[in-house]
Design a protein around this ligand. Structure first.
Ligand SMILES: Nc1nc2c(c(=O)[nH]1)N[C@@H](CN(C=O)c1ccc(C(=O)N[C@@H](CCC(=O)O)C(=O)O)cc1)CN2
Length: 306
């Protein structure tokens, strides 16, 4: 059974809306081997501490007994003081004949995220704009780009902008600089149309989830220039896919997708314009869901309690 320690970090940079939204709330993700009594055991521990369950989603992938997934959000006055005891009691109770892992997180401490971008700014600016409006419960630690086109706009949001010129530095040196910047400072990374392929070694060293927005309805049109490929193929729908990043390009577990209609009369530029709106919507949904622990990642898939 694996557990992650309750996050007790305090983030002074978290926006007031984010802190108020989830003050004295915690998320509990339980997953493992399905059997009777799990929901009851979890609920008993929480109610035994006077916690109020405000939402509970559960999924079993096989009625005959397979994998079990549950997301619970609960509120409790003086949560920070009680969370370690709740964690200990969950370890005790779920250690009695269950084969489960769980993670418990203080939701009043927003996850820290670094956003990577290249030249395209629509997904990046959409995230910054939504964050400023309190719609994304995260702390944006920094924006990192291999270009400088978006520097001024990012800094106007009061967010650090770091230029790492991958082309000039070369991939190994650039990734080493990325690791120096990110290590210990982020809980996840978002690639907002970042157009460099991350190595498996980098992803392994980084050790936190990375979310990418691919501008196609995967698995169609993996790789570069999907809109041009869509035009060439004569498709009537184009889309965007937010997925976790793995070493294999655009093959990671899908978090969210959406589509928009196109016609024979649309140029590649028209398709790119229509697609951009879908990319922004899909990426912001995925970032919000990940930041609220709504996405449970399995080997090649996801369970999304949206
Ligand atoms: N390890 C991964 N890295 C990245 C992924 C991924 O899924 N796994 N997604 C890309 C984003 N992307 C599509 O969404 C994408 C970006 C860039 C290219 C590409 O071929 N770019 C260059 C070569 C880049 C390089 O060698 O570093 C090119 O055009 O030739 C394809 C798809 C982000 N990274």
């Amino acid at each position: 059974m694996t557990t992650e320690s309750a996050t007790s970090r305090t983030d002074s940079s978290a926006s007031p809306q984010n802190r108020a939204l989830w003050e004295n709330h915690a998320s509990l993700i339980v997953q493992g081997e399905d059997r009777t009594g799990i929901v009851s055991a979890v609920s008993a521990v929480l109610s035994g501490h006077g916690a109020n369950i405000v939402s509970l989603d559960q999924y079993s992938d096989d009625p005959q007994g397979g994998a079990f997934y549950q997301r619970t959000v609960f509120s409790l006055d003086d949560l920070k003081a009680v969370l370690p005891t709740i964690e200990r009691d969950l370890e005790t109770e779920l250690g009695k004949g269950f084969n489960l892992g769980f993670t418990l997180r203080d939701m009043s401490v927003p996850k820290r995220v670094a956003i990577f971008a290249s030249k395209e700014d629509h997904c990046l600016l959409d995230l910054l704009w939504r964050h400023r409006r309190g719609q994304l419960p995260v702390t944006i630690s920094m924006v990192v780009s291999n270009h400088t086109d978006t520097a001024e706009e990012v800094r106007a949001f009061g967010i650090p902008f770091v230029h790492v010129p991958t082309g000039e530095l070369g991939k190994p040196a650039a990734e080493a600089e990325h690791l120096r910047l990110l290590r210990g400072n982020v809980d996840f990374v978002v690639l907002a149309r970042y157009m460099r392929i991350l190595s498996g070694e980098f992803l392994s060293e980084l050790g936190v989830p990375v979310i990418n927005i691919h501008h196609s309805f995967l698995p169609a049109f993996i790789g570069a220039a999907p809109y041009a490929k869509a035009k060439e193929r004569g498709v009537k729908l184009v889309g965007a896919t937010a997925h976790y990043v793995t070493e294999d390009l655009d093959e990671g577990p899908i978090i969210e997708q959406d589509v928009v209609r196109v016609t024979h009369a649309d140029t590649v530029s028209d398709i790119r314009r229509r697609g951009a709106d879908v990319e922004r919507t899909v990426l912001s949904r995925a970032v919000r869901w990940h930041s609220e622990d709504r996405v449970i990642r399995t080997e090649n898939n996801t369970i999304v309690f949206a």
